[in-house]
Design a protein around this ligand. Structure first.
Ligand SMILES: *Cc1c(COP(=O)(O)O)cnc(C)c1O
Length: 356
């Protein structure tokens, strides 16, 4: 750290992303990436965008927004695209919280929320999940604070029905409720029942954040979007234009629009993940693990036979990388990304050997 770093930032603890190993022979189940490639049309769309790289990217992501809006059943004015949903979450927290307007969120959830609070000097109101890691929406009703809820939650995988979250939105009419739906496409429920997007038409204080990183197999593209009332989106746009107007590059816009178009591929790959998820949960249960019910592309599991960190290390020796969070409530658990059936079978073989 240099002596020039501002005192406020000296204390900042940055977010720690999961390891991105540069060796090829690991089975990588640690950052919830999709094991399948992007939709087949993405490559040609990206190649087609190359000549246009001479110019700055479309500030308003016009074609991409239309493609998203058509599927989300909203208007383009209800959408903001960003450099990953991380950027959209950051813009929203920057826009709707400050030193006098705290952010409320769960104690066990996406680790980036507290980091943005620290970066922007926003007080945190941390609301513990129940013993079984379930989230009680009643704890967020009538708070009078900006709220962010990941649904399905990470790293637990647990999901709350939108009808239960609607109460949170309804009872905090003077504050924005942000629902981070990074994993919602992996829910067993049909999209219209799994997502809070339809509720954005009814409530002007609801913002839903989605990403192309997980269900669209494009974590490396850095592309996300959020859905909300035209006024909320305009607020976020004001912050975006004050920070980084060309936040979504031309290749990402082309890739995103092409990915949205291929509904069959999306249905096929998300169904494959769902099937591998049930298989994995059952397999882990058979080996004596406690497995939380997951609606995401990962499972959260623990075994009485071994601590989380020891098992993480043992798996790594077997060339399988999973995620361990050392916090008191999560230290016994591992978050395991759902990969291909072959990868999950390799996990089974390794676990049998380790736990024998
Ligand atoms: C992965 C993840 C994100 C970040 O997604 P990007 O679009 O890759 O920035 C946001 N929220 C949660 C809960 C996530 O797990």
């Amino acid at each position: 750290m240099s002596r020039y770093f501002t005192p406020a930032l000296r204390k900042l603890e940055p977010y720690v992303p999961g390891e991105q190993p540069r060796v090829q022979d690991l089975i990588k189940l640690n950052t919830n990436e999709n094991p399948y490639p992007p939709a087949p049309g993405v490559a040609a769309a990206v190649a087609g965008a190359v000549p246009g790289l001479r110019l700055y990217s479309d500030l308003h992501c016009t074609a991409l927004k239309s493609a998203i809006a058509a599927q989300a059943g909203v208007e383009p004015e209800n959408i903001l695209c960003g450099n990953g949903s991380d950027e959209n979450l950051m813009l929203a927290i920057r826009a709707f919280c400050d030193a006098d307007h705290p952010l409320a969120f769960a104690d066990v959830t996406y680790g980036f929320y507290p980091v943005w609070c620290d970066l922007f000097g926003i007080p945190q109101h941390i609301i513990p999940l129940a013993e079984d890691f379930s989230l009680d929406p009643a704890a967020y009703c009538g708070l009078g604070e900006t709220v962010v809820i990941a649904n399905p939650n990470a790293p637990t995988g647990r999901w709350v029905a939108p009808a239960a979250l609607e109460r949170v939105v309804q009872t905090n009419p003077d504050n924005v409720v942000i629902i981070d739906e990074a994993y919602v496409d992996f829910c067993d429920e049909a999209p219209e029942n799994a997502s809070c997007v339809p509720l954005t038409k009814k409530y002007d204080n609801l913002l839903v954040v989605r990403t192309f990183s997980k269900s669209r197999s494009m974590a490396g593209v850095r592309l996300g979007y959020c859905v909300g009332s035209a006024a909320l989106i305009a607020d976020l746009d004001r912050v975006k234009f004050s920070l980084n107007p060309y936040n979504v590059d031309s290749l990402a816009q082309a890739a995103g629009a092409a990915a949205m178009q291929d509904k069959a591929y999306f249905a096929q790959t998300t169904a494959a993940i769902r099937a591998a998820r049930s298989w994995t949960a059952e397999m882990l249960g058979g080996l004596g693990f406690t497995v939380l019910p997951s609606q995401a592309n990962f499972v959260f599991a623990k075994t009485p036979k071994m601590g989380g960190e020891a098992l993480y290390k043992a798996l790594r020796e077997q060339k399988i990388l999973v995620r361990h969070f050392a916090a008191p409530r999560t230290k016994d658990w591992l978050r395991i990304t759902v990969g291909t059936p072959e990868q999950m079978q390799a996990l089974q073989t390794a676990l049998r050997e380790i736990l024998a």
